[in-house]
Design a protein around this ligand. Sequence first.
Ligand code: SF4
Ligand code: SF4
Length: 229
Amino acid sequence: MTDPSERSDPADGERSLPGVGLVKGLGVTLKTMTRRSATQQYPDVAPALPPRSRGVIALLAENCTVCMLCARECPDWCIYIDSHKEEVVVPGAARARQRNVLDRFDIDFSLCMYCGICIEVCPFDALYWSPEFEYAEYDIKDLLHDKEHLGEWMGTVPPPPAHDPNGEPAKEETAAARKAAIPAERPSAAPPRAGERPTAAPHRSAERPPPRPGSRPAGENATGEGPTP
Ligand code: SF4
Ligand code: SF4
């Protein structure tokens, strides 16, 4: 058994002095009491999260075409989709068309790892991030959000960020501007001025190239007769 007087640890030696711990504690208090507090008073005060925080996934069911891309690309396989086909009669069309009707769209947030791949791959803008994160449940099974529940999150999706005025225009805008400029670039025929004879349009026959040797003259039919009336 070791004799307490033989201990070489200075901390143990200090512990024996009365009031040292109290002074140290007060020193820490004095040091930190002048600093700005970093404590977040959640849930009394909601945290100021960035608008694009990954809280929960919202579904805009009208945009979903049941292409299954999101379910296929989800690394956790936590998206469950069911659908059926429906015939749509289009007036004037030769036959009825078919379209997919979404029956079930569930995301299991107990498996989701919030990677955002499903939102990235959706080609029809049917999935969005919402910054809402207060959907903890007592039962893990309740973390399976169905189509209606996912649709309710759409109200919390922030609007898209404004365009950067110094950024490049979108390719759709550029294409539309180019298309609109095409008629303006074509030379338009100026109307004749008063007293001026309008320019006669060149006769079509004048534009025709001369017949090649051995070929039939223009207007003659296969029997060698004159032009067909
Ligand atoms: S965020 Fe990732 S893990 Fe979650 S549902 Fe989408 S693809 Fe799956
Ligand atoms: S990728 Fe988009 S459109 Fe396709 S099934 Fe998923 S949510 Fe629907």
